[in-house]
Ligand binder design. Structure first.
Ligand SMILES: Nc1ncnc2c1ncn2[C@@H]1O[C@H](COP(=O)(O)OP(=O)(O)OP(=O)(O)O)[C@@H](O)[C@H]1O
Length: 618
């Protein structure tokens, strides 16, 4: 700082320091006055009397003075001794701390630094409505449910429950965890639905279903984490349908009433798919009049709501929505959440993640009373889990495998392909399996280029990305799902949650920066117990950190690690210690301090402030 710019310092008027008297102090105590001061005082006194001290000093005075000087000298020595001792003690403390610090591995030090960053970014408002936050409303008991497990399950010992969970690699956390149930009939799922599911080859519950469904049936808030294609959709839709049926049976809904439950999805495509599933299942329940017909509303941007006025004109049981359009409908009071008791967020890490967080809180503010909240995803980094835990009521965490781990039914192949060779090699790669095949690219222009190239080469390909119109996106999904088109080229949009029939091969043309996105993309194959292949192109444009995340993911899944990935060293590995996943994105190859997602998250947060109808529609 230059002298001119330096702020002028002001003299501070200090009040005199207080004088403290110790209890054991003698009243006759006279403060010590240094000899020089005393000598000067004496001299001043003498001079004021017109006496020259040096001339008229008596031998007694001289003796006094010598003694004073000796005492003064002794005091100085004592003071110096004390200072030396203090210095040595301080040095000892410092050396001790340095020794302790040196015992900590670099990994431990990095972990400490990570914890500090995590604490700084985790200080967010909990996930509740503004009214609840303002009034300090916080619920302590879970929602009530009339559902009871069968007697034999209620009487089962905790050891037996643990044995069942261990058998399916289910990890649970929370208070009073409901027992797992190994078949749909014992869960008291209506026989018509069990029969229908069987016709779709859904005969026994998957691990997330056998623990998740009884948990949700019991009214408990939960976080459900299980790998891609493991049947999470049924796990959170089934309880919602049962609660809606119960309400409808008690007192049929009339126009303006409902919904009982809402499912939030981060993309229109995923919401549409979930809606279609719920419609199929509710129709199966109502077949032959076994149960009342439930009314389901799809509430997403890009479609005309007047098309669904027939649903809105009746009582409404269930809403499947993206956040932007849902807020719009709630603001316009097309329906209310006055009686809504069930809120589920699919791909919840995206929903809760910055960017959608304010929308979610806004949606929460429309609830008039406590609701049961469920969060589901295949990837759920610790940051989101911690945040969610404090926002739910006595939540139960159901975890099948590590959050963010790849589906083991996917054979992962990673190939080094130079940028300029990718297109040509893509054609070769397409020969590996019969269709259908999905090709992912992170870049919209690249998606269009790939589709164009494939069309030129005579491959029946459709494309989907965020800049396509709603009709184009719907056409792409429909024609690919029906088998009319062999290949779908997609940006990240289509990766999360979309369930296409029997995808044989996923080709990742450009590796996403965030390993979570990779996990979701390869997860479009190898679903519901079938196997599939994922081929990923990497080259020198792929950031080393992403490659490291990929290397660890392959190792975790017991996949072949190609030599060029093997040769990438982890700077943290040399420091020893166990390597934990990044708490922000779940990547195994880096810590929070160099997480690519933190940066992206901030970008998304800014984008969300722009606000549009497409909020939540990606
Ligand atoms: N119990 C079951 N047995 C066999 N198949 C099932 C079962 N439950 C669901 N499925 C089927 O598995 C497929 C994948 O289910 P779903 O889409 O719910 O997976 P997911 O866990 O939500 O995956 P993602 O994380 O990718 O969204 C669907 O086609 C579904 O019909």
């Amino acid at each position: 700082m230059s002298e001119e710019s330096a702020p002028k310092r002001r003299r501070v008027q200090r009040s005199p320091s207080p004088v403290y008297k110790l209890d054991n102090e003698d009243d006759s105590y006279e403060p010590y006055i240094p000899v020089t001061q005393r000598r000067q005082a004496k001299l001043a006194k003498l001079t004021s009397w017109g006496v020259d001290k040096t001339k008229n000093q008596s031998p007694e005075d001289e003796q006094d003075e010598r003694e004073d000087e000796e005492r003064e000298e002794e005091r100085r020595r004592e003071k110096a001794r004390k200072e030396r001792t203090l210095l040595m003690e301080a040095q000892e403390v410092h050396e001790k701390k340095a020794a302790e610090d040196s015992k900590k591995t670099d990994v431990e030090k990095a972990e400490e630094a990570d914890a500090e960053i995590l604490a700084a970014i985790a200080s967010r408002k909990k996930l509740a409505s503004d009214l609840e936050l303002a009034k300090g409303v916080s619920y302590t008991d879970s929602m009530k449910s009339s559902w009871r497990p069968p007697k034999f399950v209620r009487e089962r010992s905790e050891e037996e429950n643990t044995r069942i969970r261990d058998k399916y690699h289910i990890l649970v956390d929370g208070e009073d965890i409901p027992a797992p149930i190994e078949n749909f009939t014992d869960m008291k799922v209506p026989a018509v639905l069990v029969k229908f599911l069987k016709s779709k080859r859904i005969t026994t519950p998957t691990p997330i279903q056998l623990q998740g469904i009884p948990t949700a049936f019991s009214g408990r808030d939960m976080i459900g984490i299980a790998f891609t294609g493991s049947g999470k959709t049924l796990a959170f839709c089934l309880p919602m349908m049962m609660f809606a049926l119960e309400e409808e049976s008690k007192l049929p809904f009339v126009r303006g009433e409902g919904p009982v439950g809402v499912i939030l999805c981060p993309s229109r495509e995923l919401a549409t798919q979930t809606y279609e599933n719920v419609v199929v299942w509710t129709n199966a329940l109502a077949r032959d009049g076994a149960y009342p017909q439930l009314n389901v509303l799809l509430c997403i941007g890009g479609i005309s709501m007047s098309d669904q006025s027939h649903v809105l004109n009746k009582g409404l049981h269930v809403v499947v929505a993206t956040p932007g359009r849902l807020i719009d409908m709630l603001e316009k009071r097309r329906f209310t959440f006055d009686n809504c008791r069930y809120l589920c967020m699919d791909e919840a890490d995206r929903m809760v993640d910055l960017g959608f967080e304010d929308d979610v809180r806004n949606i929460m503010s429309y609830f008039k009373r406590q609701r049961q909240t469920l969060l589901f995803s295949a990837t759920m980094p610790r940051k989101i889990q911690d945040f969610a835990q404090q926002s739910l009521v006595k939540p139960i965490l159901v975890n099948v495998g590590r959050a963010g781990a790849a589906n083991l039914d996917v054979l992962q192949v990673v190939e080094y392909v130079k940028q300029e060779a990718k297109m040509v090699y893509l054609l070769e790669c397409l020969q590996k399996t019969p269709p259908p095949v999905i090709i992912f690219s992170e870049n919209k222009n690249e998606v269009d280029d790939i589709q164009e190239y494939l069309l030129l080469k005579g491959v029946e390909a459709v494309a989907i990305h965020g800049s396509k119109s709603q009709e184009e996106r719907q056409y792409a999904i429909k024609s690919f799902k029906s088998g009319a088109k062999d290949v779908m080229v997609a940006s990240g949009v289509a990766s999360k949650g979309l369930d296409f029939n029997d995808i044989q091969h996923v080709i990742i043309f450009s590796m996403p920066k965030e390993i979570e996105d990779y996990v979701h993309q390869i997860g479009r194959t190898g679903r519901s117990g079938k196997t599939g292949i994922a081929t990923t192109f990497v080259n020198m444009n792929t950031p080393e950190q992403t490659l490291l995340d990929l290397k660890y993911l392959l190792m975790e899944a017991g996949q072949k690690v190609p030599p060029f990935l093997q040769s990438i060293e982890d700077p943290r590995a040399a420091q020893g210690g166990s390597l934990k996943g990044c708490p922000v994105c779940g990547g195994l190859g880096h810590g929070i301090s160099n997480c690519p997602k933190l940066e992206d998250t901030q970008r998304r947060q800014m984008a969300s402030h722009r606000g549009s109808d497409d909020r939540g529609g990606y």
